[in-house]
Design a protein around this ligand. Structure first.
Ligand SMILES: NC(=O)c1ccc[n+]([C@@H]2O[C@H](COP(=O)([O-])OP(=O)(O)OC[C@H]3O[C@@H](n4cnc5c(N)ncnc54)[C@H](OP(=O)(O)O)[C@@H]3O)[C@@H](O)[C@H]2O)c1
Length: 480
């Protein structure tokens, strides 16, 4: 890996402490950082480099998946410098440039620069313009820009944000983070199917009856009400994570694909999803909101009674939909997606359900086969099969599979930061996917904003509104 400068905007923020520093440290432990790297943390808070290093050390103790090793942590921390910086002030950039060049000279490294924008989206337009105006981003080596979510709040704002980035950077230099794409099981979908002829045989689309993607949480809105009450499940989870999971599941890997081919296929999948019609808004899109209930044996408030939420809020804390992908592989195979807060369990999973003979003996317990890819909190793959129980003369559904211990796996941010450093954008969200996702979502946002789609309620601790069960039962299936 080439030596570089890693410029972290938002070095004093929550994300840096919880995810970015632990990820860098674990990459360091694995020998996956460049031999020489200058990491420059930026923020307005007056700190010295030693102060930042002490904060990073504390963050590692709290959030690193592996123990902090006393004999090498200082070597890791020495790579960091702090620079007091106000993104809205022009002179900050001139000073940063001088500081960065000095450090490059001190370490004898080329001007390869990776800019990580872990700051509020409202700062991004100015940061990008000033990076260019100050010459910081005009490097002799390569330059890359990592951008955090949210990428816009609707189609228009996403396009505006993208236009700002494109004034200075080209698409190949822009790495939009969707941390679901960094999760091991999502990255493994391709490597699970392609080298395993037995699974490839199952992946014959003629055998699949439907695909279900669930991302459920038991937590409520917590302390994020001011953001969440405006965003809703649709912006927080659907436009980005769930649609990315749909794309990753639907990519057909008949052979090993390059990063560009995967990007192209994901784009084609989004282009072949039916746009949302008025009929879909009434029948195939379910908006829900939790009411008071019981989660893990504890009574919890309804959404409208949460601190920071409007009493008459119609915000969606649950979303479910049926999608149809009109291409040669998936035509006629429905994809059902759902996500919700305050559900009965925390689980992100992809379930492929296989066709069952219409004359199967359901009365003796025979059920359809399922391939279950569990992404979070467990990482596992299992296959549901029917096993005869000779004592009862019935069949029992039994899961055969394997699971990995999440603690031993690199975290999503480790994988994504590493990819950003080596210049591999396979598991980042590319602009066309993002734009097409917003295009699909926009009519739903409009309908929700104008209250043109029903708002269903569900008790906290349940599996969501009845309407979401009716959505799938209408087609003869049930949520798995
Ligand atoms: N936290 C998460 O779990 C999470 C998850 C996914 C995405 N994100 C996204 O990641 C980004 C950062 O989130 P966060 O939770 O870390 O936010 P945060 O805790 O509020 O931190 C914001 C950072 O921005 C810096 N900042 C604010 N105004 C600035 C200015 N004018 N000039 C320079 N620096 C400035 C702050 O530093 P000073 O106050 O020192 O200036 C701080 O380091 C956001 O876009 C967020 O949506 C966060």
């Amino acid at each position: 890996m080439e030596n570089m400068t890693f410029v972290l905007f938002g070095a004093t923020g929550d994300l840096a402490k919880r995810k970015i520093y632990p990820a860098l440290y674990n990459l360091y432990l694995d020998g996956k950082l460049p031999q020489s790297i200058s990491v420059i943390g930026l923020g307005r808070t007056p700190l010295s480099s030693e102060d930042l290093q002490a904060q990073i050390h504390e963050a590692l103790n709290e959030f690193s998946r592996r123990d902090v090793l006393r004999d090498n942590v200082q070597d890791f921390l020495n790579k960091f410098r702090y620079f007091i910086f106000d993104a809205m002030k022009e002179e900050s950039y001139e000073n940063l440039r001088a500081f960065m060049e000095e450090r490059e000279a001190e370490l004898g490294i080329p001007d390869n620069r990776l800019f990580y924008l872990s700051v509020a989206p409202r700062l991004i337009d100015n940061i990008v313009k000033q990076l260019d105006a100050s010459g910081i981003s005009r490097t002799g080596g390569w330059r890359r820009l990592i951008v955090e979510k949210p990428f816009g709040t609707d189609l228009a704002s996403a396009r505006e944000l993208n236009a700002s980035l494109k004034e200075v950077f080209v698409e190949e230099e822009i790495y939009r983070i969707d941390h679901y794409l960094g999760k091991p099981m999502v990255q493994n979908i391709e490597s699970l199917i392609r080298p395993n002829p037995i699974l490839q045989a199952l992946w014959d689309h003629k055998q699949i009856s439907n695909v279900q993607i669930t991302a459920s949480e038991t937590v409520g809105v917590g302390s994020r009400a001011s953001y969440y009450d405006k965003a809703g499940a649709i912006r927080d989870m659907v436009q980005n994570h769930l649609l990315q999971l749909v794309m990753m599941t639907a990519v057909h890997h008949e052979r090993k694909l390059t990063s560009d081919q995967i990007e192209q296929k994901k784009r084609e999948i989004m282009e072949s999803i039916n746009p949302v019609s008025d009929e879909d808004l009434q029948n195939n899109i379910i908006r829900g909101q939790y009411q008071a209930g019981v989660v893990s044996g504890k009574a919890v408030k309804g959404y409208q009674d949460e601190d920071g939420v409007e009493d008459d809020s119609t915000n969606d804390t649950f979303f479910a939909a049926k999608l149809c992908i009109n291409n040669e592989h998936w035509s006629g195979i429905p994809f059902y997606i759902r996500t919700g807060k305050r559900m009965d369990q925390k689980s992100t999973r992809i379930v492929i359900e296989f066709k069952q003979d219409s004359d199967a003996e359901k009365d003796v317990g025979i059920v359809s086969n399922l391939l279950v890819i569990e992404i979070n909190p467990n990482e596992s793959v299992s296959l549901r099969v029917n096993v005869a129980d000779h004592s009862s003369e019935k069949f029992e559904p039994t899961y055969i599979g394997f699971s990995k211990h999440p603690g031993h796996q690199p975290e999503a941010y480790e994988r994504l930061l590493y990819d950003g450093m080596i210049g591999d954008s396979t598991f980042f969200a590319h602009w066309h996917e993002v734009e097409l996702s917003w295009e699909w979502v926009q009519p739903i946002l409009d309908a929700f904003a104008n209250d043109e789609a029903p708002l269903h309620t569900y008790p906290a601790g349940s599996t969501g509104p009845d309407a979401s069960h009716e959505l799938i039962e209408r087609d003869g299936f049930e949520w798995n």
